[in-house]
Write a protein that binds this ligand. Structure first.
Ligand SMILES: *Cc1c(COP(=O)(O)O)cnc(C)c1O
Length: 391
């Protein structure tokens, strides 16, 4: 027996939506359909699947649960977050204009500036936390407004409903890159966005073992265009990769709760530390986006950035000295990571005006024990301020 999962809560849908027991064997877990083609009963008479680029049952399961968790009518899964981004750009034509968050993910900026720009797509950058600036930057030929909240690495918060309201009556689509929040903490479609994008590499996969992407929406015409171009261009995920994302998604709710709880504790600790200059975490009451975040998010997620007192060497020394926080790019896995945006994730923005402070460090707070994480940061920060001075 299977229930109508649409009636159930997020945690239940994450485990069951699109994931009914396998009809042929009863396997409780969706099988990895590792096959390139599907046998037909007679010419043109197939069971919904013809060829592995076009569709695959494991991929369909992931797409169904993602649509359910974001409150969308459909989802499409891709080989990476950037493959999903590329597919969205097939909605545009030469001469169209894109309005992009000035602190959008570096790879998104690079794709638009270095690739799509060559194909006649114009773009401009705007601080999307400033709704008046957004209003002023929209042009008649703007067809896509691309925002990201919380953003990277300063965790700035964009008022999704505010931007959606601004665009009412304008043909531009509003896309929200929801990677940093995950569908458990924020559902942009419910706030007026047209499309949601995820790098499933991050919180959705959640275990640092897969690269993938997804787009979720409600409009059938947009789905048809994206699906046609995905099949025509081929940016599909493999069956094992979608299976890993499916496996990760089952525990998304509990992981996000713990990520948020640990990040809140880490941010509070850092804020009191004499070696820390400034902490950026939307859960802190003094964060400029705190009120909007509290309104549009269920919790504040697991990303925390901070600047240390001293120079760039002090910052890189802290990043080298942590023992539980591993020094690596990426985010959203169960294990805690630390990185130096100026020389790692954001090195490519040098010279673009979107540079980050050189003493900035970014944490992806994992789901290890909270006291262990704080003890690790305490000992690492002693390279900046000797133990006796640290609280
Ligand atoms: C990682 C990331 C992407 C790109 O996703 P990939 O899976 O690495 O291609 C896009 N947006 C954000 C916010 C990301 O963190």
């Amino acid at each position: 027996m299977t229930a109508d999962w649409h009636e159930t809560a997020f945690e239940t849908r994450a485990i069951h939506a699109g994931q009914d027991p396998d009809p042929t064997t009863g396997a409780i877990i969706t099988p990895i359909y590792q096959t390139s083609t599907f046998v037909q009963e007679a010419v043109g008479q197939h069971r919904g699947f013809e060829y592995g680029r076009t569709d695959n049952p494991t991929r369909s399961a992931l797409q169904e649960v993602l649509a359910s968790l974001e409150g969308g009518a459909w989802a499409l899964a891709y080989a990476s977050g950037l493959a999903a981004t590329q597919n969205v750009f097939y909605l545009l034509n030469p001469g169209d204009h894109v309005l992009l968050s000035d602190d959008a993910y570096g790879g998104t900026h690079r794709f638009i500036a270095k690739v799509m720009h060559r194909y006649g797509i114009d773009y401009s950058l705007v601080d999307m936390t400033d709704l008046e600036a957004v209003r002023g930057a929209i042009r008649p030929e703007t067809k896509l407004v691309w925002t990201e909240t919380p953003s990277n690495p300063y965790l700035k918060i964009v008022d999704i409903r505010g931007v959606a309201d601004l665009l009412r009556g304008h043909p531009a689509l509003l896309l929200v890159d929801n990677t940093f929040a995950s569908p458990y903490l924020q559902n942009p479609l419910r706030l007026g966005a047209d499309l949601v994008l995820h790098s499933t590499t991050k919180y959705i996969g959640g275990h640092s073992d897969v690269v993938g992407g997804a787009v979720i929406g409600n409009d059938q015409g947009i789905y048809d265009t994206l699906k046609f171009h995905q099949n025509a261009a081929g940016a599909i995920p493999g069956p094992l990769d979608v299976w890993l994302a499916l496996r990760g998604i089952k525990t998304l709710a509990v992981r996000m709760e713990r990520h948020s709880q640990n990040a809140r504790a880490v941010a509070a600790y850092l804020q009191e530390h004499p070696a820390v200059r400034q902490v950026f975490y939307p859960g802190l009451a003094d964060h400029p986006g705190h009120e909007i975040a509290a309104r549009q998010m269920r919790d504040f997620s697991g990303m925390v950035s901070f600047t240390v007192r001293g120079d760039v060497d002090a910052a890189t020394e802290v990043a080298r000295s942590t023992r539980i926080f591993q020094l690596a790019e990426s985010l959203g896995g169960v294990e805690s990571l630390i990185e130096h945006p100026g020389q790692m994730t954001h090195a490519s923005v040098a010279g673009t005006g979107a540079e980050v402070e050189e003493t900035l460090l970014r944490l992806s707070v994992g789901i290890e024990n909270e006291a262990d994480l704080i003890a690790d940061l305490k000992q690492a920060l002693e390279v900046v301020v000797p133990a006796t001075a640290a609280r």
